[in-house]
Write a protein that binds this ligand. Sequence first.
Ligand SMILES: NC(=O)c1ccc[n+]([C@@H]2O[C@H](COP(=O)([O-])OP(=O)(O)OC[C@H]3O[C@@H](n4cnc5c(N)ncnc54)[C@H](OP(=O)(O)O)[C@@H]3O)[C@@H](O)[C@H]2O)c1
Length: 349
Amino acid sequence: MNIHEKYIKRCIELAQNGFGTTYPNPMVGSVIVYEDKIIGEGWHKKAGEPHAEVNAVRSVKDKSLLKKATIYVSLEPCSHFGKTPPCCDLIIEHKIPNIVVGTVDPNEKVAGNGIKKLIASGANVVVGVLEKECYELNKRFFTFHQQKRPYIILKWAQSQDDFLSPEKETNQDRKPVWITNQYSRQLVHKWRSEEQAILVGTKTVIDDNPKLNVRDWSGNNPVRVVLDQNNRISKDSFIFDDSIKTIIFTKSEISLSAENTTFEVIDFNENIIPQILAVLYQNQIQSIIIEGGLQTLQSFIDQNIWDEARIFVGKTIFGNGTKAPILQMKNVTKTYIQNDELINVRNHD
Ligand SMILES: NC(=O)c1ccc[n+]([C@@H]2O[C@H](COP(=O)([O-])OP(=O)(O)OC[C@H]3O[C@@H](n4cnc5c(N)ncnc54)[C@H](OP(=O)(O)O)[C@@H]3O)[C@@H](O)[C@H]2O)c1
């Protein structure tokens, strides 16, 4: 690891402190170095609050050193007026002569303009240090801006014999049959707190009446997204409790006096996935975790519109029921949470 990589790695570590709180902004970290010593550090905490570079500059005690220092930033400094002034202007104003950038900002409002502005000011600018790691840090933000859709995580739990759920009685008490242990389930709540939205199919709500919120972890609840073409989900289901922003995709809107629950009418005779993703994009949703059931998950898999799959394999054996989705297992990593196997599949290298 060379010296630039060492400091960009530190920027990435700092940036991660903002995980889940910076939306719709990316996570960004910055360090300021003079004579191989860090003299300032900062990260972006929340949209509307100062950017990483501002926090890093503010943390430097002896500002006279800035004229001889190097500023490292995991993402290109912004060049436009958003909720805060451009970071490029701050760097130029403080006459910081060297700038090292992890990766270019894919946001159309920046997209290389920050780098151009810094070069034009006469500074030395190095771009593309630990680029892959910086991209990975903001994979949701990059997917959103480059592909105009949220980053998609598929998640399910399956039994040893590849079922999502056992055969159910029609008069069952609308609860899921657990496959995984309490620690795996807690991890899922952490994951929910990290994403902006969560989606499930109609049958999952009818069968299991999920709350789709964050209970076993602290953090934000994702926006609930539910398919209900024919409005057949009963209105006493948790997803209609209006406690969290909820979007229902349907063929025909129904009237409901609810502040946080909205209906989006789409054409179910056409492919619904691009229509859903377009609405989520309009709603500035950068990431979504899809938690089942089979038909819903398989639709995304078959159209190859997903980025990551997280699959738990528990010790339970069901013998019959709803089959687990079929997914080609490549780019796989495996871990264990006690007896549960957790398989992570990436759809791209
Ligand atoms: N183990 C796990 O991780 C897990 C997670 C979630 C669910 N589950 C289990 O899975 C079972 C439900 O799975 P499922 O496959 O039967 O149901 P599902 O995917 O939850 O819901 C299927 C329904 O959603 C709508 N839908 C889904 N994809 C669609 C598409 N591409 N186009 C149009 N409509 C679409 C349709 O509703 P309409 O027919 O009304 O149009 C369809 O009948 C439940 O028993 C639940 O317990 C297990």
